[in-house]
Design a protein around this ligand. Structure first.
Ligand SMILES: Nc1nc2c(ncn2[C@@H]2O[C@H](COP(=O)(O)OP(=O)(O)O)[C@@H](O)[C@H]2O)c(=O)[nH]1
Ligand SMILES: [Mg+2]
Length: 140
């Protein structure tokens, strides 16, 4: 199984993705530091919110095969700066979360990710388990 690191703002759905993908019991807590949970590396939202922490993301990404940039489809802004993905020497994917929410705009979320340099994008609806299987296949 490939190791995946998740980067995204607070409450974008990172812990929910780890919970849905992992067979181990994972109890979501607010990540205050880099968290290693089996094949997943969870990062605090603050590491994205403040560019002073980018170096910590870059260093930790050395431990993963795939870096996932998480974008909440209900947000009308993105914390990912242009070409953020190109900072990492790893395969980078985008994950659009909450795609089923009434206020979601998945096209807008995709645009945010694309301008941040993401080529491959997955769409997730955690409650309906939509998109989980294709993510699992990619991590095989
Ligand atoms: N509607 C909807 N809500 C979601 C989805 N994924 C996560 N959430 C909710 O978003 C909130 C934040 O999720 P969490 O995984 O804790 O985000 P984190 O802070 O990035 O770890 C929680 O209340 C989740 O239930 C989704 O696909 N659809
Ligand atoms: Mg979390």
């Amino acid at each position: 199984m490939k190791k995946m690191m998740l980067v995204g703002e607070t409450r974008s759905g990172k812990s929910s993705i780890i919970q849905a993908l992992s067979d181990e019991l994972f109890t979501p807590r607010r990540a205050m530091a880099i968290q290693y949970c089996g094949q997943f590396i969870n990062t605090p939202g603050e590491f994205l919110e403040n560019s002073r922490f980018y170096h910590a993301l870059i260093t930790s990404s050395a431990d993963c095969h795939v870096l996932a940039m998480i974008q909440d489809a209900t947000r009308n802004y993105s914390l990912f700066p242009p070409l953020f993905a190109s900072m990492f020497n790893r395969k980078v994917i985008g994950i659009v979360t909450k795609s089923e929410a009434p206020s979601a705009n998945t096209a807008r979320a995709e645009l945010f990710l694309k301008s941040a340099g993401v080529k491959e994008i997955f769409h997730l609806d955690i409650s309906a388990k939509e998109g989980i299987d294709s993510l699992k296949r990619m991590l095989k």
